[in-house]
Design a protein around this ligand. Sequence first.
Ligand code: G1P
Ligand code: ZN
Length: 542
Amino acid sequence: MIVTIATKPYDDQKPGTSGLRKKVPVFQQKDYAENFIQSIFDSLEGFAGKTLVIGGDGRFYNREVIQTAIRMAAANGFGRVLVGKGGILSTPAASHVIRKYEAFGGIVLSASHNPGGPTEDFGIKYNIGNGGPAPEKITDAIFARTKSIDSYKTVETPDLDLDSIGRQEVAGMVVEVIDPVSDYADLMEELFDFAAIRDLIKSGFRVVMDSMSAVTGPYAVEILEKRLGAPAGSVRNAEPLPDFGHHHPDPNLVHAKELYDDVMSPGGPDFGAASDGDGDRNMVVGKGMFVTPSDSLAVIAANATCAPGYAKGIAGIARSMPTSAASDRVAEKLGIGMYETPTGWKFFGNLMDAGKVTVCGEESFGTGSSHVREKDGLWAVLFWLNIIAARKESVKDIVVKHWAEYGRNYYSRHDYEGIDTEKANGLIVALRDKLASLPGTKIGSLVVNAADDFAYTDPVDHSVSKNQGVRVLFEGGSRVVFRLSGTGTSGATLRVYVERYEPDPSRHDIETQTALADLIAAAETLAEIKSRTGMDEPTVIT
Ligand code: G1P
Ligand code: ZN
């Protein structure tokens, strides 16, 4: 039954920020997914007889690749596969299942917040036994293997039934189809004060969640509606669809605008949340207040002891470099460690494993903690509800008081999508070339304090990651950061991150883009974005 099939390598299988991401037709090429999956297995050691978790966000092509991955796991000698019913596991739920059942690792099929469908995006990611994305050492080995692969192993067998919970066997390997929701929902119930949140909802506090026709629907219905008593229909777009109902399942002010407008409207809900394709991102809005992801991390960290799972306090905080420094001030006040890492959740894994940090976040709508090793959208939503229930204050009051105590970090990200790759690289190279000459110079009324290309040495394994983004820091705690996206699937995307620190509470209600205007102008002066990209304005502002 086990067969070895000859194959030829593809030269474009380099895993990016979150695994291998390509358009579906690329994945549909002969042996394309097989080559990558075999390259993963060939880069691992010691998994014979062990457990592999497999699941995805349900997007187009999910089912096909799940079948392929199960066959190949059996042929390569895994002892057991745990797979979510219907091939579904949200990314944080997959991380939890890997940890809970002490699996060797997991294969997560997703292209996160990118659209799904026959001509849209797909992705394959390998997670290690701690439940988190494979570190660079492994992803580099996988990439190296893709370049020389000449065969893969599989099993000749019909498709498995993934729609009934239970146990099957393939070539001596056990396949268990599990309920994707229950383990995760139980974990949330351990971490948060469900009784307090239930009372809050019972008192008339109106919660809505937009699952954007992506993976969190069943999780949110179980937790918010069934366990916490929110009225039926509180979870919108709750059914996961292969094309996400043509939604762009990215929870931000552009793609979750309808939800935002609803919460802001008179008589609208008190609290709105949204999550992305695979359930690891989140957006939180309260009446009159959109919470930036950077502020969300800071507020969660400052109020962590409200939640039973964090009642003893947090060990430390980590944030990606482009994320605002709002949480740095919380760490300082709490007297705990603060870590600034490169972009991508994989850099948090070592810090959490070593017990150095408990909560982590990225400006890109990612927040999470050491309960799993991925960012976790619903976790963040529940943390906010727990804080609101404990403090008996609105989202807006909580945030405004936070700023009054710590100061406000005005923050925005400007994305320039679909730039010609050479032009984008040229822009970054030109910036790098002028870094040394910048300190002390004036741009408008701003004075440059320091400028560098961010490099990170992992405090645990001492690995070094270079060229992680150009940062220009100004006097007073303002800064501009430039980097190229590592998750795009067509052309290049330039991300410009702009941040200004404002300690004075009387200046905390300025419109964000206005508050940042001089820094946005400085970014243009520094990087010559318009002339180099031919774009007059960003494609997305968050
Ligand atoms: C983006 C985000 C980054 C996040 C990643 C995966 O990566 O910026 O924070 O970890 O998606 O969700 P980028 O496209 O910027 O490389
Ligand atoms: Zn995601």
